[in-house]
Design a protein around this ligand. Structure first.
Ligand SMILES: Cc1cc2nc3c(=O)[nH]c(=O)nc-3n(C[C@H](O)[C@H](O)[C@H](O)COP(=O)(O)OP(=O)(O)OC[C@H]3O[C@@H](n4cnc5c(N)ncnc54)[C@H](O)[C@@H]3O)c2cc1C
Length: 425
């Protein structure tokens, strides 16, 4: 079939949504690099926002149901095609809701001026038994302990949560319907694979999209390297700027919620569980800090690279900055997450904190979301507002955006409920 003609496609934003969109555009049967140019413009760095700092859980039981099955299936296919097991840590995983009573935390890790604790002594006072030859006991459980924990619903191989903390466990997912990826590795791999097939990645911040009534667009941006104003003519512009979408497409109801997270290298490799915790903290649970008894719910995910990721609740204390480079990391919030982990696991308490970070979750202000599809301006498309399931729904969104561009409509899933035109002014 003859190609309809030249197309100049510009993607704004290099998070998971922009990167998977770039990837699937280059895998679309109608993509012809002789006729179609694709530019991805990213303000700071690929995966420098939430897409590089998320947990990376993917699940068939996520939402929205119109997008999840397609995207979950594509995650599996991408992992098989590109060796995702090695390249981005793809693996099946167990997920559970776990009720815990936290222990007092009597250590205060040192925090360096820049908040980076790497190399600092963060070991706790409740050290595991260390024998005279220096070996650290794994403190394996007794038969009685296993029996007690089984009564609470705990799987036997979830042995890195301190036994005395466990109140109850309910399975939410197993490797049949739940998996995980390392989000930074996955997103950057998608961008690299897209670039191998012809996508040009530009580091620059899009200031404005000007559209003519005939459907031609000019994307104006500030080039990062030269700090100069540049522009690209485009037949198609896909906005995937996550929480910054409003600044690129004014009037789009996408908000932002800051969230902190940490990664910890445990004292030994831990089994493949992602835990949604309900953690009751005793009064004054930190040494030297007065606090009331309270309940918190950090998510704690074991990763295959001998790393555990943990994130806390979101906050609106710092408004969305201009770019991912200017996100403020509140050390005390990161330290809270480290302490919650310490209060529930010896392996995490005595491990090494690797990263303390923050990012902004993109949220659709009118509820639900994400918004995926055409806008009211011909040739301008939107894929944003993926809330807490953007890693799970990235590949499906990218595939559908390639169909919107090359086929004029979504073919692989019915996402009419996510149509941006329903909420755009
Ligand atoms: C703590 C936390 C944990 C999470 N865990 C999970 C999880 O386990 N599983 C899951 O499925 N989801 C998870 N998520 C959600 C997921 O991270 C997001 O939904 C997803 O990353 C959003 O991707 P995005 O590409 O839309 O946005 P972003 O990752 O924010 O990317 C947007 C990009 O656009 C760029 N940009 C912005 N403005 C401009 C401009 N003017 N010009 C050029 N570029 C621009 C930014 O620099 C940025 O790189 C989590 C989120 C958080 C905060």
């Amino acid at each position: 079939m003859a190609e309809p003609g030249k197309r100049s496609i510009v993607i704004v934003g290099g998070g998971i949504i922009g990167s998977t969109t770039a990837y699937f555009l280059t895998r679309h049967p109608k993509y012809n690099p002789a006729l179609h140019s694709i530019h991805l413009i990213e303000a700071t760095g690929i995966a420098s926002g939430a897409s590089g700092k998320a947990g990376g859980l993917i699940a068939l039981w996520a939402y929205p149901s119109c997008l999840v099955p397609l995207s979950f299936k594509l995650h599996g296919e991408l992992a098989r095609e590109h060796n995702g097991v090695e390249r981005w840590g793809y693996r099946g995983v167990h997920v559970g809701q776990i009720d815990l009573v936290g222990r007092h935390v009597s250590n205060q890790p040192k925090i360096s001026a820049n908040g980076d604790s790497k190399g600092d002594d963060i070991r706790g006072l409740h050290r595991p038994d260390v024998s005279s030859d220096g070996n650290v006991s794994l403190q394996k459980r007794s038969k009685e302990s296993y029996a007690n924990l089984r009564k609470a619903g705990m799987p036997d191989d979830l042995d890195w949560v301190a036994e005395e903390c466990v109140q109850g466990y309910d399975s939410m997912g197993s490797p049949r319907d739940t998996a995980q990826v390392h989000p930074y590795q996955f997103t950057t791999s998608m961008a690299e694979l897209a670039a191998e097939k012809g996508v040009k990645i530009i580091l620059g911040s899009v200031d404005k999209i000007e559209s003519s009534p005939s459907g031609e667009h000019t994307v104006k941006y500030t080039d990062k390297a030269t700090n100069s104003q540049q522009s690209l003519s485009a037949t198609d512009v896909i906005v995937t700027a996550g929480p910054w979408t409003k600044t690129v497409l004014p009037g789009t109801p996408i908000g932002a919620l800051r969230a902190h997270s940490v990664t910890i290298r445990p004292t030994r490799p831990v089994s493949a569980y992602c835990l949604f915790t309900q953690l009751a903290l005793p009064k004054n649970f930190k040494e030297g800090a007065k606090s009331r008894a309270m309940s918190v719910s950090p998510e704690v995910y074991a990763r295959p690279n001998n790393e555990v990721y943990a994130c806390g609740e979101g906050d609106h204390l710092a408004p969305l900055p201009k770019s991912t480079a200017e996100v403020q990391v509140d050390d005390s919030r990161c330290q809270d997450i480290v302490d919650y982990c310490a209060s529930l696991s010896d392996e995490l308490r005595d491990g090494e904190v690797l990263v303390r970070q923050a990012c902004y979750l993109p949220q659709v202000e009118t509820g639900a979301g994400p918004l995926v599809g055409l806008t009211k301006t011909k040739g301008v498309y939107l894929a944003a507002g993926h809330t807490c399931w953007g890693i799970q729904n990235g590949p499906g969104t990218g595939k559908l955006m390639s169909e919107f561009v090359f086929d004029g409509k979504a073919l692989s899933a019915n996402v009419s409920s996510l149509d941006p035109r329903k909420v755009l002014r």
